[in-house]
Structures are given as C-alpha cells and as structure tokens.
Design a protein around this ligand. Sequence first.
Ligand SMILES: [Zn+2]
Ligand SMILES: [Zn+2]
Length: 180
Amino acid sequence: MSVLLIDLDDLKAGSFSASGSFRSASLELDPDSAFRFSGQIKLSVRINTTDKLTYYVSGRLNYQAQGDCRRCLREVNEPVETEFRGVFAFPEALEKLAPTREEQAAEEIFPLKHGETNIDLTALVRESLLLEYPLYVQCAEDCRGFCPSCGANLNVESCKCRNLVRDARWAKLLDLNRDK
Ligand SMILES: [Zn+2]
Ligand SMILES: [Zn+2]
C-alpha cells in the first residue's frame, strides 16, 4: 500500500509514524503542469489522535525539483524539503471543531466520511508540495547565462559583445559631449 494511504486500523490512540517514498505520478498532477521531479518523493509522517475521531497529521517531504536553469537552461535538480500539517476528522468530531469555512481552508481540515477506513494524504501532500515548489532553479549562484547579443553561453566561452555594449554607451556620451 502506498505511504500516502494510512490504514486507520493501524492507528491506535496515541501516536503513529510512517515513512516511505512515492512517485510524483501518485499525486495525480495535471499532466501539462510545469512541476517536474527527479526520482521519488520521500515522505515521513506522524499522526496523533486521542479519540480516534480527529487525527492531527504532520510530516516532511524531501524531493528533487527538476528544471532548467533560468539563466543558461541547463537541467538542474534542486533538493527541496518542506513540512506540512493537516487535520482529518470524522463528522462527529468535525462538529465539535466547528471551524468556519476560512479556518477550514487555512488549517487544512479534511473531513472523513462515516465508515472510512483510510486517511488519504494525497490532497494534503499535493497542496503543500506545490505551494513550496521552487519558482525557478539556477545551476549555480554565479551562473553567467547567455550573452543577450550573440547568445554565447558565458559559462563556457567568452564573447566580445560586453565590450561592444560598453563601447556603444561611451560612444553616445562622446556624441553628447561633441554636441555641446
Ligand atoms: Zn545556469
Ligand atoms: Zn556576445
């Protein structure tokens, strides 16, 4: 069984821990989405319950975000670690929690149906993972990227354009001086 699915029969009152890996395909992401992963996603999760009606879930995700360096377009794998938190509750407990709609959204409360035998972490994990997914990746802090004029990859070669640009700027200043 996937680590994203926790069997409620395994959960005695108290605390329960599990860990494992899963493939990003398990998250049922939009196939056109820009989120790419290298290798599997590691998950460790801890679940606490006192009444077996409300389950407090906290966990950690480790994965490699895969993308193209925003400067030189080289493929980069960037390690990411994120934490997540959520509450799963059966209807009886949900009434007692009585959260407003806004609270329910903010606290990530997931209602469990009567007779449910599993806690499905897929939606909770997917949401927190996508929220923390890096906006961009960069192969190195000092990646030089491409020359905007000639397209040379400045990490591997140099070009004369920078000088030309600077020369052009000077030339304009010189022209101004000449006009005076
Ligand atoms: Zn780069
Ligand atoms: Zn150039």
